[in-house]
Design a protein around this ligand. Structure first.
Ligand SMILES: Cc1ncc(COP(=O)(O)O)c(C=O)c1O
Length: 376
């Protein structure tokens, strides 16, 4: 299989793919020419357990042999178990106990959260941050900041973008239905929001009767060494999840709490595949394994950050979601690929790492040495 075969049959939405990947095992993937790579991106913060993880495969096979799909006229133990787990996790981390809607991707989770905002305050405005990335379907796209990807589709519902500053929050009034925030702005270059801003956003949302929506699609489910990156600092009204939640299976989730918990009523939202039992069973198995990895993620992330800083790099982020400041990050992605590493550039100067949560120090040492050689 070749890239030109892809180009002849696939729309040009992503440009030319740089590799044809054929298989993976643990923290490594192999391309169609048999070349092995250390994957420091994990499908952009998705493959939490790496590749070919036994527990996930077993859950998928077992559930497929029982029931691969049911309609939303019915439910399944797999769907209930996963929703229960998510509600419990949020509550155990200091969030409010809520209720879940399962969907198929991050953008859909944010679409659903936008609908909650519209039901909460009909006609109200949605606020998102400059640099925000919330997805690419029309609703979520309208709260995604980057003009190059949003402006060609200018008939989207619309949104006011503000800087992540307390002063900008001060300007918001009663006409705001929801404030959407990512605890760490991944696409902006792995930029964490400071806790003072998060607390001010919570206070403002309370004052003006708006929902505070935390998009934990990239940061949630163990990525930062914690189940959620916002808990402990603020309580969200709505939390959106995807990416690592499925460990590679397509899934998204909304956890609606407090004023948002009962906004959906029969007919107001739906999805044929949302809550699919195979995906839900896989996700449940993935979460049970992530539970055993949280300390490992924190320790490995702290160690990696300290190692990189000791070599003179500026590093942002938390756990295993890190942004490293480098010159010509897009060029470095290609140079690193030559050396057998998969990394990503979020902008000219930021290399993003979001490896499988199972990655070890031993896996990372050669990467650090090669990075120092190329940009140290
Ligand atoms: C913070 C955040 N929100 C939403 C999305 C959209 O998720 P998906 O690509 O699954 O639609 C992403 C994807 O990169 C994201 O990082």
């Amino acid at each position: 299989m070749t890239v030109s075969a892809y180009e002849s049959v696939y729309v040009n939405a992503f440009g030319s793919p740089s590799l044809v990947l054929e298989r993976g095992e643990g923290v490594h993937v192999w391309d169609a020419n048999g070349k092995k790579y250390l994957d420091l991106l994990a499908g952009i913060a998705v493959n939490a357990l790496g590749y070919a993880d036994d527990t996930m495969t077993k859950a998928i096979v077992e559930q497929t042999n029982k029931l691969a799909h049911v309609s939303n006229f019915f439910t399944t133990p797999a769907q209930i178990n996963l929703a229960q787990k998510l509600v419990d996790l949020l509550e155990s981390e200091g969030g409010r106990r809520g209720r879940v809607f399962l969907c198929n991707s991050g953008t859909e989770a944010n679409e659903g959260a936008m609908k909650l905002a519209m039901l909460h305050k009909p006609g109200g405005k949605i606020i998102a941050l400059e640099g925000a990335f919330h997805g690419r379907t029309l609703g979520a796209l309208s709260i995604t900041h980057k003009p190059a990807i949003r402006e060609p589709f200018s008939q989207t519902p619309g949104c006011d973008f503000i800087e992540p500053s307390v002063t900008a929050l001060d300007e918001l009034g009663d006409d705001v239905a929801a404030i959407f925030l990512e605890p760490i702005q991944g696409e902006r270059g792995v930029v964490p929001l400071d806790s003072e801003f998060l607390k001010a956003a919570r206070a403002k949302a309370d004052e003006i009767g708006a929902l505070l929506v935390l998009d934990e699609i990239q940061t949630g489910m163990g990525r930062t060494g914690r189940w959620f990156a916002h808990t402990g600092t603020v309580q969200a009204d709505v939390v959106t999840l995807a990416k690592g939640l499925g460990g590679g299976m397509p899934i998204g989730a909304i956890i609606a709490t407090g004023p948002a918990e009962n906004l959906f009523t029969p007919g107001s939202h739906g999805s044929t595949f949302g809550g699919n039992p195979v995906v839900a069973a896989a996700s449940f198995a993935v979460l049970n394994k992530i539970e055993t990895l949280l300390d490992h993620v924190s320790e490995t992330g702290e160690w990696l950050t300290a190692e990189l800083q000791s070599k003179g790099f500026a590093v942002r982020g938390a756990g295993l979601l890190l942004g490293i400041e480098v010159e010509d990050a897009p060029g470095l992605v290609g140079e690193m690929r030559e050396k057998g590493y998969i990394v990503n550039a979020t902008n000219e100067n930021t290399l993003r790492l979001a490896p499988p949560l199972i990655i070890t120090r031993d896996d990372l040492v050669p990467f650090i040495n090669d990075l120092v050689q190329l940009r140290g």
